[in-house]
Write a protein that binds this ligand. Structure first.
Ligand code: SF4
Length: 273
């Protein structure tokens, strides 16, 4: 059997298993088979609560924490919060960095194709794929190879309550992008059903504190200025990071395109009362 058809038959076998036995049983099977569970950690409340839940279910020897560093784009302290939580739990901590920044991505796109919008869009989410997902995947592959893991469960703190799109996401599935003859990848959303109050309660009941941006009034956390952020979070970002706002504003003016999905200039959104 060729490697490709071998992979397809393995995918079918596991797909059938997931459908017949359900997510919980599949996860138990993968734990017993020594899979590596990757807790993706942005430094935000959902990642923090997810890691608390994962520590209840997965042996520490099969768990690592991965953070995609976005440099000056992300709230200061996000990486440190993820790193501290990993350290306290005695888990390996991996930092993944893309070979470009968001601003470089936008400038390059503007130079090569000035006729199309230069900023990532909510539908393509090039920032998530190029700056977070792919760099983390690259580092996890390296880690798994070095430590002999051939099954990888990529855990994401996405919740149904966040958006209709996220509500439709499967709790557990085969990750076809990573599944090949060398490694079998899966995707799991361990806190998909949690509400926002339940997320904060999980953190406080564990004796931890969420990132300080929440006490400054933020609803969500990752990039200080996210294309999908609420006006509240943009205003809060502007208040605490005016120099960064200035850089976004300048690049919007230079490209002639807006970064936010509303297509309203960031300076207008951030300064609205
Ligand atoms: S937080 Fe928003 S802007 Fe930043 S990478 Fe994620 S989707 Fe893109």
């Amino acid at each position: 059997m060729s490697k490709a058809s071998d992979t397809e038959s393995k995918i079918k076998e596991m797909d059938d298993f997931i459908k017949s036995q359900g997510a919980a049983e599949t996860i138990q099977r993968l734990i017993a088979e020594g899979a590596l569970f990757v807790s993706n950690h942005s430094g935000g409340k959902d990642s923090q609560a997810m890691l608390i839940k994962l520590l209840d279910l997965v042996p520490a020897s099969q768990l690592i924490v991965a953070h995609a560093s976005l440099g000056e784009m992300e709230w200061p302290g996000a990486l440190e919060l993820a790193e501290d939580q990993a350290e306290v739990a005695g888990l390996p901590f991996i930092v993944a960095k893309a070979n470009k920044t968001l601003f470089e991505m936008v400038k390059r796109r503007f130079q090569s194709r000035p006729e199309v919008p230069s900023w990532p869009s909510a539908s393509t989410r090039q920032c998530t794929s190029d700056l977070k997902r792919d760099p983390i995947r690259r580092e996890v592959r390296r880690y798994a190879k070095a430590h002999g893991f051939t099954k990888i469960v990529n855990c994401l703190g996405l919740r149904a309550q966040e958006s209709p799109g996220r509500a439709k996401r499967q709790l557990f599935k085969i990750d076809r992008r990573g599944f090949n003859s060398v490694a079998h990848w899966y995707e799991w959303l361990p806190i998909h059903e949690l509400s926002t109050p339940e997320v904060f309660a999980t953190i406080t009941q564990d004796g931890q504190k969420p990132h300080y941006a929440y006490s400054l009034g933020n609803q969500r956390l990752s990039c200080v200025f996210c294309m999908m952020a609420s006006e509240n979070d943009l205003r809060n970002g502007a208040k605490h990071h005016p120099a960064l706002l200035d850089q976004y504003d300048k690049l919007e003016k230079q490209t002639g395109y807006t970064m936010h999905m509303s297509q309203i200039p960031i300076i207008t959104l951030a300064q609205a009362s």
